[in-house]
Design a protein around this ligand. Structure first.
Ligand code: RB5
Length: 153
């Protein structure tokens, strides 16, 4: 499985931990940086990872900033991305099972390294359930393409 990963300076160290964790499990990781703890701008890394996922260069993406919020919001601006911002394993599991999230975001100032690794593992191990959840994911895609879905209420 190919996984794209990126973070800003706030999550530089946690990103390194996650990369090491994934590689130790035999995952192929494409690291988009940032490459130091010098202050930088999280949307840049969000866009790089989002593009890698949407273009299918990577199957999944992982984004980390201080809170996970800024980098997650940024990723969700790229059409085709379903980025879930989570800080617990229940949400990361459901983000795959129900929302078919193709990118996971979390905050290095919110979760510690142990929980962060569990959040990632839980998300990667889960399968999308499809069925009624596919219908809802399709509605998300329709919102993205500017369609009025109010008739689906
Ligand atoms: C950087 O200080 C911080 O704002 C950023 O990492 C992130 O938390 C934004 O959402």
């Amino acid at each position: 499985m190919k996984i794209a990963i990126g973070s800003d300076h706030a999550a530089y160290h946690l990103r390194k931990t996650i990369i090491q964790h994934l590689e130790s499990k035999g995952q192929q990781v494409n690291d988009f940086g940032t490459h130091s703890t010098e202050s930088t701008h999280y949307p840049v890394y969000a866009q790089m990872v989002a593009r890698a996922v949407v273009s299918k260069e990577a199957e999944f993406g992982i984004l980390i900033c201080g809170t996970g919020v800024g980098i997650g919001i940024s990723a969700n601006k790229v059409p085709g991305v379903r980025c879930a911002i989570v800080s617990d394993t229940y949400s990361s599991r459901m983000a795959r099972a129900h929302n078919n999230a193709n990118i996971l975001a979390f905050g290095a100032r919110v979760v510690g390294p142990g929980l962060a690794c569990d959040i990632v593992d839980t998300w990667l191990a889960e399968e999308f359930q499809g069925g009624r959840h596919q219908t809802r994911v399709d509605l998300i895609t329709q919102i993205e393409s500017g369609k009025d879905i109010s008739d689906q209420a």
